[in-house]
Design a protein around this ligand. Structure first.
Ligand SMILES: [Zn+2]
Ligand SMILES: [Zn+2]
Length: 367
């Protein structure tokens, strides 16, 4: 095995450098993952434009790889062996708290990078912290005893497995958090990889109506949304989305409105609120805007709306997502549109934030 590991390191806003790190010595309990695919999502676009700290960071938090070296205790604890293809959750949790015992690693204080300076998360943690390999935009990643692994089912290629994170979020947000199920009516705003994954999850769960919105740049993505099960698509630049939603639902509105837009400010929250049924709908929100002047709280309470927060995925939603990827029920290859090598990380992230036609980007660290 090589002595040095090549990694793409974010060194500042919109700046990436290739650097080498020493191949880590394995501790008594640990493993080494040879990276196959790192998925890139809208969070990467944001963190690349405005890094949360000055520390050098190997980005890449949606990671699929092969275990190439594992200590005996790691093998015993994790039930994986060398040669296994796995999905590694980006949370590296404590395994002691109430959340960890429920498989809710996303809520563990040990993974909360916003409030805990020692938090470890793949794709977020400083590369200065030994053994350095804390992100997927590298040839190898280090796995400590408390990494969270899921075996990739047989027959699922690494590239398809690379969309497990948006798919897990789809299952988590739409089904587990917002209760979409048989006969539900759903509005999905934003036809990117996240919105499309919500569409698949809702269709699989039995939603009777799925409406997906996008802008005029999203023509190709809206077409994919239809092929993945959307009953109606709306270009919000070409027509009034609320009027159209009310026409489709016979004036009733929808049970659940999911916000999967990026950089659209307060507009999708207001549309979601208006598009919900008269009483008792559920609104999934992102935390994109720090403040929301003139938020119509009275409308929210008059409509008896439940608000849910888009906040990653738990262990179960990851397992369900992998099963979804193993099924051929949906043409999911329509989502995996672009691939880039390690030296093109900068281009790859910009592609996700950029043009029409790009849905999911796979970073292949060995190309
Ligand atoms: Zn992501
Ligand atoms: Zn914990």
């Amino acid at each position: 095995m090589a002595e040095q590991v090549l990694a793409a390191v974010r060194t500042g806003a919109h700046r990436t450098e290739l650097r080498e790190y020493p191949m880590p010595e394995l501790p008594e309990e640990g493993a080494l993952l040879k990276m196959e695919v790192a998925g890139i999502c809208g969070t990467d676009v944001k963190l690349y434009a405005k890094p949360p700290s000055d520390a050098p960071v190997i980005m890449g938090h949606e990671n699929i790889g092969t275990i190439v070296k594992a200590s005996r205790r790691f093998v015993e604890r994790k039930g994986v062996k060398e040669g296994d293809l796995v999905f590694v959750e980006h949370y590296v949790p404590c395994f002691q708290c109430e959340w960890c015992h429920q498989g809710e690693y996303r809520l563990c204080a040990a993974t909360d990078w916003r409030r805990n300076p020692d938090a470890v998360r793949y794709g977020y943690t400083s590369a200065e912290r030994a053994p350095h390999l804390w992100g997927g935009f590298a040839q190898y990643m280090f796995l400590p005893w408390n990494a969270v692994l899921h075996k990739v089912p047989k027959g699922v290629t690494p590239e398809r497995a690379g969309i497990v994170t948006p798919m897990a979020n789809g299952i988590q947000w739409a089904l587990l958090d917002c209760g979409v199920g048989y006969n539900s009516t759903v509005l999905v705003q934003g036809p990117g990889q996240q919105g499309l994954s919500q569409t698949v999850a809702c269709k699989q769960a039995g939603a009777s109506l799925i409406i997906v919105t996008g802008t005029k740049r999203d023509a190709a993505r809206l077409d994919v949304a239809r092929q993945l099960g959307a009953d109606h698509v709306i270009d919000v630049d070409a027509e009034d989305p609320l009027e159209r939603i009310m026409a489709i639902t016979g004036g009733k509105g929808v049970d659940v409105a999911l916000d999967c837009t990026a950089g659209a400010g307060t507009t999708p929250v207001l549309l979601g609120l208006d598009a919900l049924k008269r009483k008792g709908g559920t609104l999934l929100v992102q935390g994109e805007v720090a403040a929301f002047p003139d938020f119509p709280l009275a409308k929210l309470t008059n409509k008896y709306v439940t608000v849910k927060s888009a906040r990653g995925h738990n262990y179960r939603s990851c397992e369900l997502a992998l099963q979804q990827l193993a099924s051929d029920r949906f043409p999911l290859d329509l989502i995996t549109t672009h691939r880039f090598g390690l030296k093109d990380v900068d281009k790859a992230i910009k592609a996700v934030g950029g043009s029409e036609g790009v849905i999911h980007v796979s970073l292949l660290p060995w190309e």
